[in-house]
Design a protein around this ligand. Structure first.
Ligand code: SAM
Length: 231
């Protein structure tokens, strides 16, 4: 899947792979939790089209203005200021998505539980989170002291399972490079330090693709009156 709004995003490949896996298309409703500047929200909006809807949720009110600017041409993007822990939407969605969010929140399990709740039965939850310390520059591990859970990606499949979701697929993927190029530029923007000619492996992003459970087929059926004949 080509994601036009994400041309400069070095992590766009795992996102495209995940979206291909879902079969997302026109008319889908989605929520992008921790949307930031709205890059992923806009990419989703292009896929779901005018008949779809994308809620871009972020706890930082400044993100709303950024999203509004990024999504000016996409009326189907609705920016909402809300913490992921309090996630509430006017409708259930087909897809709840987050990327580079859970490493920053107080309680990743609580946010995943809210994402599961706002997703319709049989809908999709996709989370993409890093294992920061598995990244390398010139062979040395990366760290992100500002993040609450910099390695949350390493726990993600279990966190998603424990939120009551069925994990359909999970994998890790890391952009890598040496010398000038998009990977070095990304790292420089993140750290404020130019890595020069050093070899770089950015933090692997763990993607988990999961589904919410459908009500059990056949269910309890119509109530049988006590004492009534069973034949
Ligand atoms: C690193 S940015 C990720 C942006 C975007 N998801 C992406 O992949 O490009 C993290 C975003 O999560 C937001 N955030 C942090 N804690 C949050 C929370 N508890 N609920 C919702 N958003 C939160 C921040 O304000 C920030 O915009």
């Amino acid at each position: 899947m080509e994601l036009k709004g994400l041309r400069d995003d070095v992590y766009r490949r795992p996102l495209a792979t995940a979206l291909d896996r879902l079969g997302i298309g026109p008319g889908w409703t989605c929520v992008d939790v921790g949307a930031g500047g709205g890059d992923v929200s806009v990419a989703l909006a292009e896929v779901v089209g005018r008949t779809g809807r994308v809620y871009a949720v972020d706890s930082d009110p400044a993100a709303r203005d950024e999203v509004a600017e990024a999504a000016a041409a996409h009326a189907q993007v609705l920016a909402v200021t809300q913490a992921g822990e309090d996630l509430r939407l006017p409708e259930q969605v087909d897809l709840a998505f987050c990327r580079f969010l859970l490493l920053h929140v107080l309680d990743p399990a609580a946010v995943l539980a809210r994402m599961a709740t706002v997703t319709r039965p049989g809908g999709w939850v996709v989370a993409q989170e890093p294992v920061t310390s598995a990244g390398r520059v010139d062979g040395h591990p990366l760290s992100m002291p500002s993040a609450r859970h910099p390695d949350v990606g390493a726990l993600l499949p279990a966190l998603v399972r424990d939120a009551g979701l069925d994990v359909v697929d999970a994998w890790a993927e890391a952009p890598a490079g040496a010398g000038p190029g998009p990977v070095a530029e990304y790292l420089a923007a993140l750290t404020g330090v130019d890595p020069g000619d050093d070899a770089i492996v950015l933090p692997p992003l763990v993607t988990v693709v999961a589904r919410t459970r459908e009500p059990a087929a056949g269910g309890p059926g119509p109530a049988r009156r006590l004492g009534a004949p069973s034949h």
